[in-house]
Design a protein around this ligand. Sequence first.
Ligand code: TTP
Ligand code: MG
Length: 419
Amino acid sequence: MAGREGGTLPGADDTDAETRIVCHVDIDCFYASCERLRDPDLHGEPVVVGMGYESGEPHGAVATASYEAREFGVESAQAISQALDRLPRMEAAREDPALDPAEAGYYRPVDLEYYREVADRIKAILRECADRIREVSVDEAYLDVTERTAWTVVDGRTLAEGYARHVKERIAREVGVPASVGVAPNMSAAKVASDHDKPDGLVVVEPGEVQDFFAPLPVDAVHGVGPVTARELREMDIETAGDLAAAAPGPLQERFGERGRTLHDRARGHDDREVTPKGRPKSLSRESAFTEATDDADRQRETIGGLAADVADRAEGKGALYRTIGIKAVTPPYDVNTRERSLPGPVADPDLVREVALDLLTEFAGDPVRKLGVRVSNLQFAAAEQSRLDGWDGGADGATTGGDGASSRGQSSLGDFDA
Ligand code: TTP
Ligand code: MG
């Protein structure tokens, strides 16, 4: 982080990958910050947001706690009853002379719908600030800002730092929640940097400094090292990220396989993953198997119609437009036939999915089929819907590349039909 006047930093031109500029943005105590947004009286106060919590009740678990509440020992995943032992409710403290309101806090139930609205506003800003963004969870994203700024040092500071400050301030000004931002030449270092000085942090790790930045940190600070791996590494006398970087790669690979190499690389400051949108399905499909092969045209058409409606509905839910509509027909013994038709441009049109799918089915008229499927592909996503694809609720589903195993009318179903 030492400043040098003008020019590019040593190490910055080692490889193309090293000249990248990645920001990792993570909102501070996100749910609690959202609660403060609609109730400014909560600013500066201990705030606990509980899952399964109802006003005044001791049930549920802590989703998040404001940093003031964390000072009382309240933390994510704790039982509300335990949190209440450490930090009584403000209402109770005001009524009970034995309790001190200065050592009490505000408890709120989770309101996901509201938090998603706030997250949508944040993600819209992030998308404006970067050409490529990976939304990781409801309050967290990586931004590739290589094209927007530079590692050049001016007046002792990198331009990248100024750009990251601009992103952070836009979120504060336009949405009103605090973010911590890490800036580094790769994703895993940016992630560690954003965590390094929470809340309200801005940590810049310049090219060539990544390994030194990591060295003193506990080994579980390395992105990808969870508690179990950390324990195993400690058994190998690897306590810090620096130890990991210095470790011989052989034993790591023996113990952890390919992942051992990845973690070793990351501790040494290497991570060449691209910031790409994640969780975007390439296609959406539904399929449905008949208990026995059928050549009943009405049944086949009815099944295709139902599958088409399902698929179109899912596409709409994900804000996806499609250019290609296809069907699959599995004929005995197990011949997988796929047919598809591409349109001149992307559409979101349930009737068209049905019509095209039924039309493609005519090719199999009179054939017995065991299974039918409908798929839309060549997807494009409406920008406003992007954030829904990745959050706490959508990540796993969005990451599939095809059918999601749901069945139709009790018929068994298999996954994707990319043959
Ligand atoms: P995090 O970003 O992990 O946590 P945070 O934003 O509350 O706090 P930090 O300042 O450390 O970033 O998660 C984002 C939101 O996800 C969090 O506000 C609540 C929710 N969440 C849960 O519901 N359960 C959990 O166990 C965790 C970790 C988060
Ligand atoms: Mg957060």
